[in-house]
Design a protein around this ligand. Structure first.
Ligand code: ZN
Length: 692
């Protein structure tokens, strides 16, 4: 209970502790000193938080009012030599006529109401500055010692009778602990903390000197680290709660954070900064993360049997970590990488170029060859490729399961892209790696990275990029909601014949002009400043797409931000695609391009065309006309008929595909009915698979 100190107690106190001698100070008229147990201070601060949060009148204030009313009714104000309340009696309170009531509805006299307010403010202001954040983390303060107190000194100055709190700013000791009845000074400064092993307040300095103690990174109380604390890592974003190395956190805090998810803001206050998730890797890594960082909650067996400090911690809370009761999220162990190869893992300049190797899947292992051999004709490309060089622009996630530094995470992604033992199993013209990291001016300076791959065959992308890379990439990088991040795909000019290129470019140009729903669905965005759907330019050409296909370039200004970028000598760069880190989405883009490539091969395979001299053959011209008439109709039909569309199907989704069918094919036509029923089969097949 808050205690008003008598004049005699005060004099003893001040004499004992070398405090300033208020009797000798003539600049004020009256002084009142109040002793408030520290637990009550925390409770008052806690109630104020809850009250503020719930938009209620400050209950903390009412607590103090009730306390003072108790004295008032006992007439202790007369019997206890209490300067404190009396001095309010003599103050002019600005003629305020408002009548206040306590929690029972009894009118509160002014000499009670105003001191209560001043005391409450003093406590809130001072406690708010205190070192320990324990009261922000803990609802249960019962364990905190009642036998220690905080002194609030108030003085009335001069003739105009202004009231001023001196606690918290005078160079005298404001913080006094009443150890076993005797008031003694603990510290002259604000450097107070809680010794969580005894639940008593103590000076930071003393605890820092004690080797057994260390400060909890979360609640900032001190504790015995060998018995009551556990090292954990944190990827929280909040100030003071963000660190990557192992730091000691007290057991109580870990439990409080595990439970914080279920603590509502009504009544059971927990500072929003402390709300979080804790994940465990099953062995020796605990990771604190923001809520919703992880999706899979798992139950570990035998947590209580772990023979390390983590096991000790779990055994202390058998109700939380016992069989099938533990509430951890899974922290995926960081995949191990073990390569002999010396990878270039640094962030390369945007302008850096690496030697190009075309990598494909061979009968035994893989084959990489540099470009420019004369046997690399479109027929060879069709057999082994085509090869897609992919640029993946993305950011390292700020909240990522791999808590290590940004550059380590980039390195890890590069290494995981390669199979273990790389380049064993690869027949190569020269030493090279399959993917590099570059910086890009349009990306975030800290987190941004552009991964640039070698040209890898479609088969390689779909079946041979390691699953562990895809998982890691998705977990630790993001791109989808970042406008500046795109996916760019390079395909070699020489991998297609001129007629094939002509068809390929005509399709893309028509998709742009006709605002293709299919292109937009795959790209994940429409024309934008990073990839403008501008027409091809070839001055004086009768047929732009044909001329560009023939000359492998455009005329005039065709900025590199055009969705079809022909500024590279060796490749067509397609820049349509919104960034993404998911395997399916990335492969759907390649599947889409592969579909156009296959289609171009398909409709140009059954004729010879002396394109330098003759107009396109009739059969080709008919296709070109169809594309110009309705490009989605042509490509969707081809897609459904060849049924090579798994990734695109997942990317676009059943509903959107159905609506595309309805928009593209006429009601009641064979095509419409057929494609809907093909979708039905697909849905059925997927459902059956899932049920299995
Ligand atoms: Zn703690």
């Amino acid at each position: 209970m808050i205690k008003l100190l008598s004049r005699r107690e005060l004099q003893e106190l001040y004499a004992d502790n070398d405090l300033y001698q208020y009797d000798e100070d003539s600049s004020y008229n009256m002084v009142g000193v109040l002793s408030v147990p520290l637990r009550d201070c925390l409770a008052i601060a806690y109630d104020a938080k809850v009250g503020a949060l719930n938009d209620e009148p400050i209950q903390a204030h009412e607590l103090v009012v009730d306390m003072l009313m108790h004295y008032y009714e006992l007439d202790d104000i007369g019997t206890i030599p209490n300067q404190w309340l009396r001095m309010y009696d003599e103050l002019d309170v600005d003629g305020d006529e408002t009548v206040y009531y306590d929690s029972r509805g009894v009118v509160i006299p002014r000499q009670v109401y105003y001191p209560a307010k001043a005391i409450t403010n003093n406590i809130l202001r001072t406690v708010g500055r205190w070192h320990p954040y324990a009261y922000k983390m803990r609802t249960n303060l019962d364990d905190i010692s009642m036998n220690q107190g905080y002194l609030i000194t108030m003085k009335v100055y001069g003739d105009n009778q202004t009231l001023e709190s001196v606690s918290g700013w005078r160079d005298t000791a404001q913080y006094i602990s009443n150890n076993d009845g005797k008031i003694t000074r603990v510290s002259g400064n604000n450097s107070w903390t809680i010794d969580s092993s005894t639940n008593r307040f103590a000076s930071v300095g003393e605890l820092q000197e004690s080797r057994a103690y260390t400060e909890c990174k979360v609640c900032q109380t001190f504790n015995k680290y060998r018995t009551n604390m556990i090292p954990i890592r944190s990827i929280k974003k909040d100030r003071g709660l963000r660190w990557r190395n192992r730091k000691n956190v007290c057991h109580t805090c870990v439990i409080a954070i595990l439970n914080s998810k279920y603590r509502t803001d009504m009544g059971e206050y927990v500072d929003i900064r402390f709300k979080g998730t804790i994940a465990f890797d099953g062995v020796d890594t605990l990771l604190m993360a923001p809520l919703n960082t992880f999706s899979e909650q798992i139950t570990y067996d035998n947590l209580l049997e772990l023979r390390n400090e983590f096991g000790r911690f779990f055994r202390k809370f058998p109700n939380v970590f016992g069989v099938s009761t533990n509430v951890f999220y899974e922290l995926r162990p960081i995949p191990e990488v073990d390569h002999d190869y010396r990878f270039e893992t640094g962030l390369l300049n945007y302008s850096y170029t690496f030697p190009i190797f075309l990598t494909s899947v061979a009968q035994y292992g893989y084959e990489s060859s540099s470009v420019g051999y004369d046997w690399q004709d479109p027929i060879w490309y069709r057999k082994n490729g085509p090869f897609y060089g992919v640029e993946l622009e993305c950011n390292v996630k700020q909240n990522r399961p791999d808590y290590r530094d940004i550059h380590v995470v980039r390195e890890q992604a590069i290494k995981l892209f390669h199979p273990a033992m790389y380049p064993e199993g690869y027949t190569q013209d020269g030493s090279h790696q399959l993917i590099y990291a570059k910086r890009d001016g349009s990306l975030n300076g800290t987190y941004g990275v552009e991964f640039v791959s070698q040209p890898l065959s479609y088969n390689y992308w779909v079946n041979h990029v390691p699953e562990v890379f895809w998982q890691y990439f998705k977990d630790n990088f993001l791109a989808r909601n970042l406008g500046e991040c795109g996916i760019h795909v390079h395909i070699g000019w020489d991998s297609m014949t001129v007629p094939e290129r002509y068809v390929f470019l005509t399709i893309l140009e028509q998709m742009q002009e006709q605002n293709s729903e299919l292109l937009e669905a795959i790209a994940g965005r429409s024309s934008n400043s990073y990839a403008r759907w501008d027409s091809l330019v070839y001055r004086g050409a009768k047929d732009r797409a044909f001329q560009v296909a023939l000359e492998k370039t455009q005329t005039g200004s065709n900025p590199k931000y055009n969705a079809i970028n022909t500024q590279h000598e060796a490749t067509i760069e397609l820049r349509y695609f919104q960034g993404n880190t998911g395997r399916n989405s990335i492969l759907s883009i390649l599947q889409f391009i592969q579909t156009l490539y296959n289609f171009a091969g398909y409709i140009t395979s059954n004729f010879t065309w002396d394109y330098g001299v003759d107009a396109p053959p009739e059969s080709l011209q008919k296709w070109i006309d169809d594309i110009r008439d309705d490009v989605d109709n042509v490509i969707l039909s081809y897609m459904f008929e060849t049924d090579d569309m798994d990734f695109m199907y997942k990317r676009i989704g059943e509903q959107r595909l159905r609506s595309m069918i309805n928009n593209t094919f006429e009601e009641g036509t064979m095509a419409m009915v057929r494609y809907h029923s093909m979708l039905d089969m697909r849905v059925l097949a997927l459902t059956t698979n899932e049920e299995r």
